[in-house]
Design a protein around this ligand. Structure first.
Ligand SMILES: *[C@@H]1O[C@H](CO)[C@@H](O)[C@H](O)[C@H]1NC(C)=O
Ligand SMILES: *[C@@H]1O[C@H](CO)[C@@H](O)[C@H](O)[C@H]1NC(C)=O
Ligand SMILES: *[C@@H]1O[C@H](CO)[C@@H](O)[C@H](O)[C@H]1NC(C)=O
Ligand SMILES: *[C@@H]1O[C@H](CO)[C@@H](O)[C@H](O)[C@H]1NC(C)=O
Ligand SMILES: *[C@@H]1O[C@H](CO)[C@@H](O)[C@H](O)[C@H]1NC(C)=O
Length: 330
């Protein structure tokens, strides 16, 4: 207590000391024990290391995180790599067979262009993987993680150069249930069977400003999702297949979404937040679950609904794009 305030008191002296002492302090912070971080080289953090549960690696000077970089760190629970502009590549098996590892964060590494397939392998207790604000061109391969944790959260955000979610992208990641927070990326397209083999609690696709196409079979082979957020995307339509499990649909600022699949497809919908009054019309007069709906406000749009072209047995409810951009917040 006392030493702290007295140490801070001679401020001019402290400022004089800073230029000398800071670089050394930072160098140590960049390469914590037991790691070695040769500039432009490869990171090595050999274990075992008793009591080491968290590894925070910031301002790394290395270019590569090689295969088996963390071999033997049996007790490590969390590895965070951030603010490292030198980092260019993460090799296959970089994170391999770390049986206690539950969180991996890779953030703000804008020159990280490659994460090789199999970089994340056999991590049975992994619960949270976050890869945000990197330069990668492809969705990272997560199919060899084989986690068996309940509600695994995968966060892929602000990766402006990833354009596609391919088929089976999340197969093998986790055998229980997952939340996918995939926002702010460069996605343009979601392919058929993208989420095949997963149990999806929540799928967040918001703020993928270039996302235009979601294949009609995107939800093939999926259990869920209960929550779907497609806000601030350019999606023009939703798949007509696989909407039964959605309980919460969020589509604010979805100005390109001019038509919605018929309301009968949303058999479990409890709550929806939509962009156009016309969207809301699609859900008016639902035969069941009315009590659960927060749509009463949309009753006032009924006139607009009546003016909306609709063919009785059409799968799609056709809506006019020229309607006002009123938000249908519930
Ligand atoms: C996980 O860590 C604990 C101590 O935190 C250790 O006793 C155990 O051996 C580790 N598990 C494995 C599989 O290495
Ligand atoms: C997931 O895998 C674990 C470990 O193999 C197993 O105990 C668990 O029952 C599996 N869960 C499901 C839903 O299959
Ligand atoms: C969907 O996943 C299953 C395994 O879960 C696999 O057998 C099947 O080939 C996949 N379908 C497609 C079209 O990729
Ligand atoms: C939906 O309504 C049913 C009965 O009408 C009720 O039992 C249930 O709790 C409601 N759910 C929510 C989320 O309000
Ligand atoms: C619908 O409009 C009427 C008259 O303007 C208003 O009294 C009522 O509160 C509105 N209903 C909702 C749910 O906003």
């Amino acid at each position: 207590m006392g030493w702290r305030s007295s140490a801070l008191r001679p401020l001019p002296g402290l400022l004089l000391l800073l230029p000398l002492s800071l670089p050394r302090a930072l160098r140590e912070a960049h390469c914590p024990e037991p790691c070695s971080c040769p500039p432009d080289g490869a990171l090595r953090c050999p274990g075992p290391r008793a009591g080491l549960t968290r590894l925070s690696l910031t301002y790394l000077p290395v270019k590569v995180i090689p295969s088996q970089a963390f071999r033997g760190l049996n007790e490590v629970v969390k590895i965070e790599i951030s603010q490292s502009d030198s980092l260019e590549k993460i090799e296959a098996n970089a994170f391999d067979n770390l049986l206690n590892l539950s969180e991996i964060l890779i953030q703000n590494t804008k020159n990280l262009l490659y994460i090789e397939p199999g970089a994340f392998t056999s991590l049975p207790r992994l619960k949270y993987l976050s890869i945000c604000n990197t330069g990668i061109r492809k969705l990272p391969d997560v199919t060899k993680i084989f986690s068996s944790e309940f509600n695994f959260i995968l966060e892929i955000c602000d990766n402006l150069h990833i354009t596609t979610i391919p088929g089976n992208a999340f197969q093998g990641m986790n055998n229980e249930s997952i939340t996918l927070k995939l926002y702010g990326n460069g996605f343009e397209e979601i392919q058929s069977h993208a989420f095949n083999g997963t149990t999806l609690i929540s799928l967040e696709l918001k703020q993928n400003a270039h996302l235009e196409k979601m294949h009609n079979g995107a939800f093939r082979g999926v259990t869920g999702p209960s929550i779907l957020d497609i806000s601030s995307t350019k999606l023009q339509s939703l798949p007509s297949y696989g909407l039964e499990s959605i309980q919460t649909l969020i589509a604010t600022s979805s100005y390109s979404l001019k038509k919605l699949p018929s309301r009968e497809k949303f058999t479990n919908l409890l709550d929806a937040t939509l962009t156009y009054p016309s969207h809301c019309c699609a859900f008016r007069n639902l035969p069941t679950r009315e009590q659960n709906f927060s749509f009463s406000i949309f009753e006032n749009f009924s006139k607009q609904c009546e003016n909306t072209a609709r063919k009785p047995n059409d799968e799609m409810l056709l809506l006019h794009g020229a309607l006002s951009v009123a938000h249908c917040f519930s």
